[in-house]
Write a protein that binds this ligand. Structure first.
Ligand SMILES: *[C@@H]1O[C@H](CO)[C@@H](O)[C@H](O)[C@H]1NC(C)=O
Length: 88
């Protein structure tokens, strides 16, 4: 095979692997959408998940007293306040 073609094939293969990895890094996150705030008096506990190999972003999950859970935007003011309280 021509060297130039071989180079392109290798690049394409790498790009494909990279795209697959990026997509799975998003799909394997727990949160699909995030809320900016939830009713604080309904919060039962807070889970803080750091970026990990299969999910490339930080997630903040609150479990409510009714057993349901919500995701908070980790950059939002509400999530920061909640984390500050849980770390005290
Ligand atoms: C939050 O939940 C409590 C308990 O159910 C309720 O009394 C209160 O009105 C709620 N606050 C808001 C802002 O929805």
């Amino acid at each position: 095979m021509n060297t130039a073609i071989r180079c392109i094939v290798v690049l394409l293969a790498c790009a494909t692997i990279y795209v697959n990895f990026s997509i799975s890094a998003i799909l394997n996150c727990r949160c699909v959408k995030t809320s900016t705030a939830v009713n604080a008096s309904l919060i039962h506990r807070v889970e803080e998940l750091e970026p990990r190999p299969y999910c490339n972003r930080k997630e903040v999950i609150v479990v409510l007293k009714d057993g349901s859970s919500r995701c908070l935007d980790p950059k939002g003011r509400f999530a920061k306040a909640v984390l500050l309280i849980t770390h005290m």
